[in-house]
Design a protein around this ligand. Structure first.
Ligand code: SF4
Length: 689
């Protein structure tokens, strides 16, 4: 008995799926996972997990894992040794840089990989290759939230913790479906609502699970959130309910902002948004009556042409009502991937060094130049969206991407695939032969989180360590090791032996991580950045000052952009989002047996009214057409959606059902985040039932 027990290993890890950041112990024997056991010590989730964290790990031992480097030979890929593959990568990157200049290459980082891996990747792009053309998938999701918060309060992260959300008197959820996308966080809201009298308002096109429980479910017309939020803010100001003391002491731009609200009357808002005047007044009253308010939002807000403006309007509302800088208040953009916060924090963004210091700031750049011993490019680089366009324009000729299924998750993927085909050289590093890898010249086999060490940062800015459960499968390697091997072949002479060496370097350079170290993060310990040199962390932001030179926040006037509409022919609005059981493109969850058994496929949600009009039933097969492409998918008739609204989960590994064959290349004006949520389509019925 005891011998058997001694062969069982228990290892702490952090979930590889959503941004909630649950941690738990993996019980393993050999390469087998015996169970996933959450522990009370886990700072975010205690003893809770969701179905993905509990059952979504089979992919680690999947037969489809990449175990050897692959090199393209014509239409085929052949296995190669690491030396062959790395030599080929280094030779091509070097040659292209020499011939076309450093800015002819683009670098796409991974929000599934660790902080340390993202740090070395941006260092590789900047210091070794000489360009700021480096970005991560926050461009597809929360960049507009970051931009809206940077403008108003100075930090692009959650204002407090999940505990603060649970402690608020009123939670407002806008354009998000936490019960499926952030399940353990949603349970905290459900509990507070049910047991502690928390009030809940949900604004979403779909009647999702939280909307069903809410005190008020607002159903705005697609793309009109900015209008109702600003109208509610105006009503609060007009009634004299603004927090005047807070505005006087802590906020700039008040008069100009209040003047700019003139256009957001209740009558106009009712017209544009379809939300009744009574409901708008009820929202304002609930905010007024609540001591502490938290507003949560996600892709339903950000993936629009006006995503940054709407995010700004949310932050404005919180400022006007004094809901910042105290526990149980503030702005909470809900981060999608487990480490999308960390990937951005650690500098895989075209305009920012780690810790959100601008690449254009001479002083900051000098600090990095001294540490890295090279001169660095001053101009911000291209983001994901601009990289795709620059490939089409012939300006970018090579790309290095790791841990990102860009060929399925970017918008308008037919256009993206056409760009991939134009590349002279494309390196893809992943744990699977992804859709994107099919376009590569070299595919490098990486190791997932259970096969390496590192840290992830969750939506609360909480940095947590994960430990190695298994050795990397076959010849695969941790991403940071691969990046280092390539860097050193290009003359970098890096010498990281362990991810902690990388964290030590990053915390020595980026002031917000000053006191972050592996020692302080040992076991179940965690730190919420900013962390000062003494190791003091910051669960609640802005208690003394906002992150601007004068310490004061800024109210920023906003304008509404009507959503994109491809024309009358496309008569149905198509929304998209996540399923509880699957994650993102599904490269990991569809390889987990239990999960795929339960949900083998995504389906199209159709309202009862539309189903009746078109004579279709559950299981009908339909084709959706947009100006950009088509998908073929089966129907689920449901009352989650109303009228002419459709909903297609984004979680599909099959290109035939991938919603991004339909989405366009239009995007948020400030951040270039695609307008995934602004799509009209037409529907052909192929089989009515
Ligand atoms: Fe993982 Fe998110 Fe589920 Fe927690 S809620 S177990 S972090 S997917």
């Amino acid at each position: 008995e005891s011998m058997r027990k001694s062969r069982i290993k228990r290892t702490k890890t952090v979930c590889t799926y959503c941004g909630v950041g649950c941690s738990f112990e993996i019980w393993s024997k050999g390469r087998e996972i015996l169970k996933v056991e959450p522990q009370v010590e886990a700072p975010v989730n205690g003893v809770s997990t969701c179905v993905k964290g509990k059952w979504g790990w089979d992919f680690v031992n999947s037969e489809e894992r990449l175990t050897k480097p692959l090199i393209r030979k014509g239409d085929r890929f052949v296995e190669a040794t690491w030396d062959e593959a790395l030599d080929l990568v280094a030779e091509n990157l070097k040659g292209m840089k020499r011939t076309h200049g450093p800015d002819a290459l683009g670098y796409i980082a991974s929000s599934k990989c660790s902080n340390e891996e993202n740090y070395v990747f941006q260092k590789f792009a900047r210091a070794v290759m000489g360009t700021n053309n480096v970005d991560n998938c926050s461009r597809y999701c929360q960049s507009p939230a970051t931009a809206g918060l940077m403008r108003t309060v100075g930090i692009g992260g959650d204002a407090g913790t999940i505990r603060d959300i649970a402690g608020a008197d009123l939670v407002i959820v806008v354009g998000a479906n936490p019960a499926e996308s952030h399940p353990v966080l949603a349970t905290r809201v459900k509990r507070a609502h049910k047991l502690h009298g928390q009030k809940l308002i949900v604004a979403d096109l779909r009647e999702n699970e939280l909307a069903q429980r809410a005190d008020l479910h607002l159903h705005p017309n697609p793309g009109t959130d900015l209008v109702w939020i600003s109208a509610v803010t105006k009503y609060i100001v007009d009634r004299g309910w603004a927090d005047q003391e807070f505005l006087n002491n802590r906020v700039n731009g008040v008069d100009e902002y209040i003047e700019s609200l003139e256009k957001f009357t209740l009558a106009d808002a009712e017209d544009v948004t379809g939300i009744s005047r009574e409901e708008l007044i009820r929202v304002a009253t609930l905010i007024h009556e609540a001591e502490n308010v938290c507003i949560l939002w996600a892709m339903g807000v950000t993936q629009h042409m006006g995503g940054t403006e709407t995010s700004t309007s949310i932050s404005n509302l919180l400022l006007v009502t004094g809901n910042y800088g105290r526990p149980n208040t503030g702005a909470y953009p809900l981060r999608g991937h487990n480490n999308v916060q960390g990937a951005s924090d650690f500098g895989t963004m075209p305009a920012w060094f780690p810790g959100y210091e601008p690449v254009q700031d001479d002083k900051v750049r000098a600090r990095y130049e001294k540490a890295w011993g090279v001169s660095l490019p001053k101009q911000p680089g291209l983001n994901n969206h601009q990289i795709v366009e620059a490939i089409h324009d012939g300006k970018i000729k090579g790309m290095y991407l790791f841990g990102e299924e860009m060929g399925l998750v970017d918008s308008n993927i037919n256009h993206v695939h056409a760009a991939f085909e134009k590349l002279d050289f494309f390196v893809v590093q992943d744990i699977f032969f992804s859709k994107t890898a099919q376009f590569a010249d070299v595919v490098l086999p990486a190791a997932p989180s259970l096969e390496k060490e590192g840290t992830f940062t969750n939506t609360e800015r909480r940095i947590q360590r994960f430990y190695r459960v298994f050795e990397p499968l076959g010849d695969s390697k941790p991403d940071w090791e691969i990046i280092q091997l390539i860097a050193n072949r290009l003359g970098a002479n890096w010498n990281y032996h362990h991810p902690s060496d990388i964290m030590d370097e990053a915390s020595g350079l980026a002031p917000v991580f000053a006191g972050v170290s592996y020692k302080r993060l040992e076991g179940w310990n965690s730190l919420l950045w900013p962390v000062n040199a003494d190791g003091q962390d910051t669960p609640v932001l802005y208690t003394d000052r906002f992150r601007f030179k004068d310490g004061r926040a800024r109210l920023v006037p906003v304008d509404w952009t009507p959503p994109y509409d491809p024309g009358e022919e496309y008569d149905l609005h198509l929304n998209n989002g996540r399923l509880l059981e699957h994650f993102h493109e599904g490269n990991m969850t569809y390889k987990s047996r239990g999960i795929t058994h339960k949900v083998p496929n995504p389906w199209l949600e159709v309202s009862h009214q539309l189903a009746e009009e078109r004579g279709i039933k559950d299981g009908a097969l339909v084709r959706l057409n947009s100006p950009y492409g088509t998908v073929k998918v089966r129907v689920l008739v449901t009352d989650h959606v109303k009228g002419n609204e459709l909903y297609l989960p984004m979680n599909s590994t099959e290109e035939e059902k991938a919603v991004n064959r339909l989405t366009s290349s239009y995007h948020d004006k400030v951040t270039h985040t695609p307008n995934f949520k602004e799509m009209h389509v037409k529907m052909e019925v192929l089989e009515p039932e």
